[in-house]
Design a protein. Structure first.
Ligand SMILES: Nc1ncnc2c1ncn2[C@@H]1O[C@H](COP(=O)(O)OP(=O)(O)OP(=O)(O)O)[C@@H](O)[C@H]1O
Length: 357
């Protein structure tokens, strides 16, 4: 491409730029096939422009920038994996959601320190279904899409359990170390540990595995190595001295997590509150479910009955009500919700009795 005068000078400058904003750094995690795809994509933008405006088909810096937006490396980030964790999006139903989103964006922002840094954050759901998983996935996706993180991994208890070596504590600890080792090689990595209680679950009095907790403690105390070489899918590439960052966000649904053992492992904690106001529930439903009707009545009903509730529960209840009204033509969604809420209260009471016994 370069030889045949096919590149403009600004495109050559971008390719030869060895700084953080140059082509080398921005394609650090691209495989050979992905790089070829990037070149083809840039050439197709130049060709389209040539056909439209009778141009010369030379690939410019703007074509390369557009191609960089279009072609994303499979190794580096997991945008699709993250997006399925917040299927209803993230509704800004209250000022606390806006604050948490600002906090998360600040947490994943680049750091000024000249030494490699590891930052850790515990996202605590104020109760089951508060939305901590969705918020952590959203923060990781934002960091990935804005280029603040070039390597993102969403890790669940299942990933650790199914790792080689079976499900024993030592094998799980080794699997966790391996996940961190890969991330530590990358320049700006972000790991989400979803449902940290399950990841660290074990037989000790507090419900955690001593081996898992001490492994996690050691991992969170060890910043990434200060190397100028990073591995990308088995290939090593010079990083022109970029300082490394590693961000770890863990989620938990245990409302007491802010006060128990895991909390002291992390540098920062954010508590995701439950919804307690009908107008917050109303905004959540309106922003999340296009087909919702009777939203006002449904929101009041949910808060009257449950007093405080997580967004996952709200959306599940409303979806079921809409579905029921769809198949029972003589029932409105709010009437369906009334019955569902009564059954829900009965199920909760029964579960409570069983647990007490
Ligand atoms: N502001 C918001 N914050 C979090 N989730 C939201 C928000 N608005 C809408 N949602 C939706 O609510 C759902 C939250 O589910 P999520 O799995 O995150 O809950 P959770 O608290 O992690 O659940 P669990 O306690 O069962 O682990 C997602 O589908 C998400 O798209």
């Amino acid at each position: 491409m370069k030889d045949g005068d096919a590149l403009s000078q600004d495109a050559i400058d971008l390719i030869e730029n060895l700084d953080d904003d140059g082509m080398g750094a921005r394609t650090e995690h691209f495989s050979g096939a992905e790089l070829a795809g990037l070149v083809r994509s840039a050439a197709s933008f130049a060709l389209a422009r040539a056909i439209e405006s009778d141009g010369n088909g030379v690939v410019t810096c703007a074509d390369l920038e557009r191609a960089l937006e279009e072609v994303r490396p499979a190794l580096g980030t997991q945008d699709d994996v993250l997006r399925v964790r917040y299927p209803f999006g993230i509704s800004e139903f209250s000022s606390s959601v806006k604050r948490i989103k600002r906090d998360l964006n600040r947490f994943t922002a680049p750091v000024l320190s000249s030494s490699p840094q590891l930052h850790s954050l515990l996202l605590v759901g104020g109760g089951a279904g508060a939305g901590s998983t969705a918020l952590a996935a959203w923060a990781a996706a934002e960091a990935s899409m804005s280029g603040r993180a070039d390597y993102v991994r969403f890790i669940t208890a299942l990933d650790i359990l199914t790792a080689e070596g079976g499900g024993g504590d030592e094998a799980r600890a080794t699997a966790l170390v391996e996940r961190f080792s890969e991330a530590r090689e990358m320049s700006h990595s972000l790991i989400v540990l979803d449902d940290i209680d399950q990841i660290c679950a074990g037989g000790s009095k507090d419900g955690y595995s001593t081996i898992m907790v001490s492994t996690l403690r050691a991992l969170l105390r060890t910043p990434p190595p200060d190397a100028t070489i990073a591995k990308a899918g088995g290939h090593s590439k010079a990083m022109s001295g970029r300082k490394k960052t590693m961000h770890v966000i863990a989620t938990t649904s245990r409302p007491d997590a802010a006060c128990v053992i895991l909390n002291e492992l992390f540098e920062e904690t954010i508590v995701v509150p439950l919804l307690t106001e009908a107008n917050s529930v109303q905004s959540l439903i309106t922003e999340s479910i296009d087909t919702a009707v009777d939203v006002d009545a449904m929101s009041n009903m949910i808060i009257d009955q449950l007093k405080e509730v997580g967004c996952k529960t709200v959306l599940r209840l409303v979806e079921r009500a809409i579905f029921t009204a769809g198949i029972q033509r003589d029932v409105t969604s709010s009437e369906a919700l009334e019955v569902i809420l009564q059954d829900f209260a009965g199920d909760e009471a029964m579960a409570l009795r069983v647990c007490t016994v």
